[in-house]
Design a protein around this ligand. Sequence first.
Ligand SMILES: N[C@@H](CCC(=O)N[C@@H](CS)C(=O)NCC(=O)O)C(=O)O
Length: 203
Amino acid sequence: MNQPPIILYGNRQSQPTARVALYLSMAGIPYEFRKVDLRDGARPPPEIQSRGHFGMVPVLVQGNTTLAVSMVILTWLAEQTGQFGAVEPEERWQIAEWMGWIADGLLALQRSRAARVLNWDASVMSWWDGRSMTALGILDGALKHSTFLVGGRPTIADIAAFPLIDLIDEAGMTLADWPAVGVWYARMLALPGCRRHYDLLPE
Ligand SMILES: N[C@@H](CCC(=O)N[C@@H](CS)C(=O)NCC(=O)O)C(=O)O
């Protein structure tokens, strides 16, 4: 049966938006990208507001389904398409655990980046940088022993983490300090459809 087209609302600077765009690219699913202006005072398009979501991007719309929150969108897409989700029952919780941590712990990288892009106070930047280094240490430790985060194959957990690592330079850090993360990053980038942030989200 033909599925209605997928529309992804997002913004070029948004790493959560890149996460969903990356999934769709790697899964080979066509979609229409609609840019949402996030400048101060700008409001999301009425079709998003009227569906009662959070006024944030990304938002994915397909037919009568409207979903916000990138981790939820990835989980939904994996269940709908059967791609990049769990195979074994226990992997479901391992993937959810990683995604929860990425949205919380590894998110520090997004804050370190924001601190630079938005010129945050030096003490705030250094607090987030400390959190970023801790998170990178945890990720590097895990990836020393496995090719991907769960199950020895790419899943939505890897896809969730990728955009944060992809812009590590903009967060003021370097992959050279985290060798296992660097090897994983190169492995991801070699997969079909895996593309870097600014290639995924054009002007
Ligand atoms: N946890 C959310 C975070 C989404 C988020 O922070 N979106 C930002 C852009 S990166 C946004 O829409 N900000 C607009 C605002 O806060 O008004 C997700 O993963 O989707």
